[in-house]
Write a protein that binds this ligand. Structure first.
Ligand SMILES: NC(=O)c1ccc[n+]([C@@H]2O[C@H](COP(=O)([O-])OP(=O)(O)OC[C@H]3O[C@@H](n4cnc5c(N)ncnc54)[C@H](O)[C@@H]3O)[C@@H](O)[C@H]2O)c1
Length: 360
């Protein structure tokens, strides 16, 4: 285990805004990127939080991530939008793409948003939460263009990314259901976090460079590379495949094929379906049915070794509530990497350190 810093949220916001300013971003972009990354940490997904900044800095310095870019519309077919993210920060591009789709779905009842060429969209649940806050159901199939990291079921090397799937369902007066996961056994960032913390990866998640099972997270982080496995054997593989075909081939016009390890940028393609449930069904009848089912499911008695049954979205909300009070734990290696990224972006690491309340 390496040392951990526990950083109060206000200090972390100030410190991370200082780092993001190094990209030359507008104030709105600084706010969007820092807020989204810290929110990923708050939800417990440290793999998609501020620890991504060093990678973003490398991508930016290589020209693979563009500051202050915005979504442009390639096809406007009313309830279908094809959008280009212009390699901009996914934290801005994702929000803009969802806002466009939300407006159309509120007018027409549904909208398909095909987004390509966005830099890393971070925690995909953020986009389902944005849709749910507007009263919309949403589905998101996402591909990842970066170094291939996940092996196909039965394959001995990596052929695609951690291709996340996400679905959100709003409920009036109650928290939405937000299902949001990588189709790999674990998100790639979790291997980076494990390596930085000096921990092993969970069993049955990884193969080494010879295709043999391993728990060493390094095989997903530093050469020689092995691969992550998909969850649920051929079923997760099938889902990852559909994320690549819908998010990649259909939405983005770009699938993972060649080895892109020299490039540090991470591009996401996202195929999203937004639906206004109130236009499809009687909203109160639908919600009464949904709530009755959720209560029924949660009433299942806990099995030995498990806590009470939770539904998707609850663990993230519990983590957010806890970390808002306690602060965000950041391991010392990740923190040093963030300070290193700040220096590369021309931001004084000592000022970032001080802003986080960690002394000079
Ligand atoms: N942008 C990208 O390229 C990219 C790629 C891969 C993953 N990601 C993101 O990484 C994040 C982490 O993914 P992951 O696969 O590690 O997530 P995970 O394995 O922690 O699963 C999270 C999902 O499972 C639910 N869940 C967790 N524990 C539960 C329990 N005990 N009972 C019921 N439901 C439970 C959560 O509410 C959530 O919906 C996600 O936000 C995902 O969008 C992004």
């Amino acid at each position: 285990m390496t040392d951990m810093h526990l950083i109060p949220v206000p200090q972390l916001r100030t410190a991370m805004r200082a780092v993001v300013q190094g990209f030359g971003s507008s104030q709105a972009e600084v706010q969007a990127v820092a807020t989204n990354l810290i929110d990923a940490n708050l939800t417990g997904h440290d793999s998609h939080g501020i620890g991504m900044l060093p990678r973003y800095a490398e991508a930016f310095l290589q020209g693979g991530l563009r500051a202050n870019a915005h979504v442009s519309t390639l096809v406007d077919a009313g309830a279908m939008l094809r959008l280009d993210g212009n390699a901009g920060f996914g934290q801005v591009i994702g929000a803009e793409a969802m806002a466009l789709g939300i407006a159309r779905a509120q007018a027409s009842g549904s909208c398909i948003v095909a987004l390509g060429n966005s830099h890393h969209l971070g925690r995909i649940g953020a986009w389902a939460e944005q849709a749910a806050a507007a009263g919309l159901v949403s589905l998101h199939f996402v591909n990842v263009i970066s170094r291939a990291i996940v092996a196909p079921h039965g394959g001995a090397d990596a052929r695609f990314g951690t291709n996340p799937f996400c679905a959100g369902l709003p409920l009036s007066g109650r928290d939405p259901v937000i299902l949001d996961f990588a189709t790999s056994m674990i998100a790639q960032g979790k291997t980076r976090v494990a390596l930085n913390k000096g921990e092993l990866a969970p069993p049955d998640c990884l193969i080494d460079d010879q295709g043999r099972p391993t728990r060493e997270p390094r095989y997903a982080v530093i050469p020689p590379f092995g691969a992550l496995l998909t969850f649920g054997a051929h079923k997760g593989f099938g889902m990852a495949l559909m994320c690549e075909l819908l998010g990649g081939a259909l939405a983005a016009g770009m699938t993972q094929r060649d080895d892109a390890s020299a490039q540090r940028r991470v591009l996401n393609g996202m195929f999203s379906v937004l639906v206004d449930p109130a236009m499809l069904a009687d909203r109160s009848a639908f919600e009464a049915e949904a709530l009755a089912f959720l209560d029924w499911v949660k009433a299942s008695p806990a099995r030995e070794g498990f806590g009470p049954v939770a539904v998707a979205g609850e663990p993230e909300r519990a983590s957010r509530a806890r970390r808002l009070v306690e602060g965000v734990p950041v391991d010392a290696t990740t923190w040093q990497e963030i300070l290193g990224a700040a220096a590369k972006l021309g931001v004084d690491p000592a000022a970032v350190q001080a802003a986080a309340g960690l002394g000079g």
